[in-house]
Design a protein around this ligand. Structure first.
Ligand code: PXG
Length: 290
């Protein structure tokens, strides 16, 4: 595997960062997770846009233009002969001294890995997931804004640990007000009386690119979409529930905190949107081999 590190392609064993990189020392950095389908990078521009928004929020200057970063992602895919897979784009604060001050880090590092990912076993896509609410709440906007896709994912990791300790693959994270925010690496949707609902970004959800795609697909299919605050009660009484994310794609949820959702099987709108999503990935995206 060839990995892009600061403008060069390295073999896996030589692709390394310094122990003085603040990405490692403090989680000071940002990332994106993208997917390639059928020889195209899906929603490339949107992911690069979000990376630049995360960078802006943490006062990190990405040492490349938007266009050059897009080219580097496509070139990394080509070097690895990738047609289907997962691309991890990371920008760290770079090498500095011990001590928090990011001004000591002169050169942010850009890393691109083009590989494979399977977040959930295939059977969950057919049968649906059983998920639970966990005690760890989503970060406060005023502390570490959940819109920033930072290298500091401990908030999500703690919630993930609580879910797996509880025998579940994924966690519902509430915000400090007790409203549903999202899951540890996915946005959450419910269907109620034919309408699609998902928590607003202000509840602590990431501006998910799959979330936006699914909302657009639902709109095109004539389904009403809204973003109200949701409580656990709303989830329990939903007709359908599913999660969205680049890694997970669209995963049906059939049980939450022991309550069976709808019929206990993946619902019709969930299945319809999953089909539309996969059809879209066949024709949309930046060609890797133009
Ligand atoms: N919420 C959070 C907290 C995320 O990290 C999403 C929602 C979904 O956003 P997108 O834009 O991907 O639809 C994410 C994305 C992984 C992995 O390695 C995690 C994500 C994406 C890809 C892989 O677990 N999270």
């Amino acid at each position: 595997m060839k990995i892009y590190v600061d403008g060069k392609f390295c073999d896996e064993k030589n692709a390394k960062v310094s122990v003085f990189d603040h990405g490692l020392l403090y989680g000071d950095g940002i990332f994106e997770g993208l997917r390639a389908y059928h020889g195209r990078v899906f929603r490339l521009k949107e992911h690069i846009d979000r990376l630049f928004y995360s960078a802006k929020a943490i006062l990190l200057t990405i040492p490349m233009s938007h266009a050059d970063l897009m080219k580097a992602v496509l070139e990394t895919c080509r070097r690895n002969r990738l047609r289907e897979g997962y691309i991890r784009l990371v920008v760290t604060r770079g090498v500095g001294t011990l001590g928090l001050n990011p001004n000591r880090c002169k050169n942010p590092s850009v890393i691109i890995i083009a590989d494979k990912i399977q977040l959930y076993p295939e059977e969950y896509y057919k049968r649906g997931l059983d998920i639970i609410t966990v005690p760890t709440t989503r970060n406060l906007h005023s502390a570490l804004n959940p819109a920033i896709k930072s290298l500091n994912y401990l908030n999500n990791i703690l919630a993930k640990i609580e879910a797996t300790n509880g025998g579940c693959e994924e966690a519902v994270m509430l915000n400090a007000q007790g409203f549903v925010a999202e899951c540890t690496g996915d946005n959450l949707f419910i269907v109620k009386e034919g309408k699609l609902l998902t928590p607003p970004l202000s509840a602590g959800a990431l501006y998910g690119i799959t979330r936006q795609t699914v909302m657009d697909l639902a709109g095109q299919a004539g389904v009403a979409v809204s973003e109200p605050n949701l409580t656990r009660y709303d989830l329990f009484n939903a007709d359908e529930c599913f999660l969205t994310g680049t890694g997970a794609e669209i995963v049906p949820v059939v049980k939450i905190d022991g309550r069976v959702i709808g019929t206990g099987t993946p619902g019709p709108l969930t299945r319809q949107l999953t089909e539309s999503y996969h059809s879209l990935t066949k024709v949309s995206g930046e060609p890797i081999y133009p």
